[in-house]
Write a protein that binds this ligand. Structure first.
Ligand code: URA
Ligand code: CA
Length: 438
């Protein structure tokens, strides 16, 4: 297969066939096609796009470029959920125990924090003793016995995606719907779930900034699932402000526990219930969203969700007493408020910038080798549409190193726009797309 011919074909806007896409994915996975040719083809795909059939073929080729997890030993359908990434987005820790408490198995392979977004594995590791490393046999046993497990990946899944993603990151080719859709869905299919719910974020803290693009991405991923024979449900949700109030690893665990204990509600819980209800539907446990949400509300109010989180933490070696006493989580040595410099309405947030502020305090990594400080981060004190007076707290930083904290505080303040005019509050749910919609 001549790579130059494949590049020229895509450059001319023609669809690639299965052999050509195989050569591309295989060449990326094995390192047999040089990076400059892969990069040229990625750029041609960015400009010319891919049709649904090509995108599905690319997804399947990337999925089969590495290991595929076999969850059939669990004996029941397992559902998985994936978010395209946001700030203060702790839905996994809230909905996994709730969905499992409703009798649907959740086998979740999660990731580390990336850029301005947090990662579920880092959050779980902030719980004393909690491990996210286990072999596949242990993983399957825990899902069967406890009903849920959240771990890091054990074998190399989708090496083609790994190579292509690294190139996309440095060649300005991340933002292409067929490339994003195939990247996400190939990894979800390789991790073995029988049904998948995808949370596509839209807004200032998301990969996709416009609702139109987010809906197109969601539809594309649902359509790939349909062609691949896996039910995929996608929801487009707002990321115009941090979803929860807490941003940072132990801080987000605390917020998840507060929600599961019934001490708090808010947008994070609302989105978790919406996604969880679709997981129950995808598994055939609920017929409608209303029915699914009612089941989850019952698991929440009865305390069965929190009990399931305790079981999962215990099974993963962690100290489940944090569920009864959140002060056992790591906490930062100092707090520093960020205050409003004028009266007005909270009219907008640069959510990505807020995510980077938490990273700079030590909650995220700038390079793979960086160590995370589990205790640090920030707690938002305002939401869009709130009215504040000069001097009111906008956020509270939780810090361990005073160096640079004032500069971060100034950046948090700059990321929050205060206006004399009352703003419109953006919706939380923009669209829900299922297999029957594509
Ligand atoms: N997340 C992924 O896994 N892949 C992308 O291309 C974008 C976001
Ligand atoms: Ca290479």
């Amino acid at each position: 297969m001549n790579m130059v011919d494949i590049i020229l074909k895509k450059k001319a806007g023609l669809p690639l066939n299965k052999e050509e896409i195989h050569a591309f994915a295989e060449g990326a996975a094995r390192g047999t096609v040089p990076d400059y040719q892969l990069a040229a083809l990625l750029m041609a795909i960015c400009f010319q796009g891919m049709n649904e059939e090509e995108t599905t073929t690319l997804t399947m080729e990337m999925m089969h470029s590495g290991s595929v997890v076999d969850l059939s030993g669990i004996g029941e359908i397992c559902v998985d959920k994936h978010s395209t990434g946001g700030v203060g987005d702790t839905t996994t820790l809230v909905l996994v125990p709730l969905v499992a408490a409703c009798g649907v198995k959740v086998a979740k392979l999660s990731g580390r924090g990336l850029g301005h977004t947090g990662g579920t594995l880092d959050k779980l590791e902030s719980i004393p003793g909690c491990s996210v490393d286990m072999d596949e046999a242990q993983f399957i046993r825990q899902v069967r016995d406890v009903g849920c497990a959240v771990i890091g990946q054990t074998r190399e899944l989708c090496p083609a995606d790994k190579a292509l993603y690294a190139l996309r990151d440095v060649t300005g080719t991340v933002g292409s719907i067929p490339l994003i859709a195939s990247s996400i869905v190939s990894k979800k299919l390789a991790s073995g779930a029988g049904a998948i719910v995808l949370d596509v974020k839209t807004g200032s803290g998301a990969l996709m900034h416009t609702v139109e693009d987010s809906v197109r991405l969601a539809r594309t991923m649902v359509a790939i699932g349909k062609r691949a024979g896996k039910p995929i449900y996608a929801v487009v949700t707002g990321m115009e402000q941090p979803l929860g109030t807490h941003v940072g690893n132990a801080l987000e665990v605390k917020e998840a526990v507060d929600l599961l204990a019934g001490r708090a509600r808010g947008d994070l819980l609302t989105v978790s219930l919406g996604l969880g209800a679709r997981m129950l539907m995808a598994a055939g446990k609920a017929m409608t969203l209303e029915e699914g949400e009612a089941m989850l509300e019952e698991a929440l109010s009865s305390g069965r969700g929190l009990a399931k989180l305790k079981e999962m933490i215990t099974a993963q070696g962690g100290d489940a007493r944090i569920c009864d006493d959140v002060s056992l989580l790591p906490h930062a040595s100092r707090r520093m408020p960020v205050t409003a410099d004028r009266d007005g309405w909270i009219a907008g947030m640069d959510t990505t910038a807020i995510g980077y502020c938490a990273q700079d305090l030590g909650a995220g990594r700038k390079t793979k080798a960086d160590r995370i400080d589990p205790a640090v981060g920030l707690v938002m004190q305002v939401r869009l549409g709130d009215y504040v007076h000069k001097g009111d707290a906008l956020a509270v930083l939780h810090i361990n190193k005073p160096d640079g904290a004032s500069e971060v505080a100034a950046r948090v303040a700059a990321a929050i726009r205060i206006s004399e005019e009352k703003p419109e509050i953006p919706p939380l749910f923009y669209a829900g797309i299922g297999p029957s919609d594509v």
